[in-house]
Write a protein that binds this ligand. Sequence first.
Ligand SMILES: [Zn+2]
Length: 367
Amino acid sequence: MPVSPALAEDLAAAVADLYEAAERTLIDRIRQVLADGIDSPAWVGLRLAAVGQLRAAIEDIIAALSVDASGAIHQALAEAWERGAQAAVVELGALAPTVSVIPAGTQAVDRLAQSLIADTRPVHVRILRQSVDVYQGVVARAAAAPALGAQTRRQAAQSALDDFARRGVTGFVDRAGRSWDMRSYVEMATRSAVGRAAVEAHTERLGAAGVELVIVSQAPEECPLCKPWERQILARTGAPGAREVQVEHATEDGEMVTVEVAGSLPEARSAGLMHPNCRHSVSAYLPGVSRVPKAQPSRGTYEDTQRQRYLERQIRKWKRLEAAALDDARRTAARARVRTYQGRVRELVAETGLPRKSHREQLTTAR
Ligand SMILES: [Zn+2]
């Protein structure tokens, strides 16, 4: 069974779900604290005094999130490792029944988990700072204009809450300089780590079975980064660069086979192959036995899949706005937008034949 980052990507959703649930809890908390006594003339003074209370509530949310996330991260990586290793075992099954030493993945899992947990720390800092900023911004604006009536205060609070719900906790920039919302950032970071775990476990297991060559699949929705590697044979380890190698036949003792190698697996991965969301997979290439698959037409373009991701983000955004609504009219309007975007996803799916990913359209609920 070939390995691909997709083998483990569902595991990233469990971690990202925790962040999304926390974000929703945050919006709820800020809304509750702001709405408390909003029609009273003493509101500004009371709300200024409540900053500490809000901060403490947010710190509690973050503390619970840290514990949950670190547990979920370890679990996801251990499971990804296991799946990658199993994939290799299944793949080699009949051909390499001699794999007896099963390398322990614990250390690798811990290393990947520690690095991912370190990546989430700045996220937690940002959650606290931005939540308190949103709250203080609303109260400060009302304090600066003491003559504002209750109605205007309510409108100002609603528009600030809407802004926050729309963008969520922001400011996450990846190494390529693109910015992400919190859930997407955490999910991307986790996918990348679980994908790496699955691929590393697979490779390690192939190595233990003496398999030195792998082949890259053809993917139904091909990504531009991976196109050059599609259906190519790669050396599992070793030097980069295309070359011809002489290797022993996988099943015939002493028979040598010439194989065209496009480069090494680490080389292809550092050039982007098996990036998060990658549809390509890698499997053992057994000289003289494995065949290079024929090229196949694509199902939907890469742009189509990106369009689907965009629509899914819109659905989640409007679900958050629904959660932030201070009155029924806004709630109903937000719900209507959710349905509009869901309709567009249905159209896209019908047009392209891409699979619908309903879980990507869900907001998870707070604990
Ligand atoms: Zn790819």
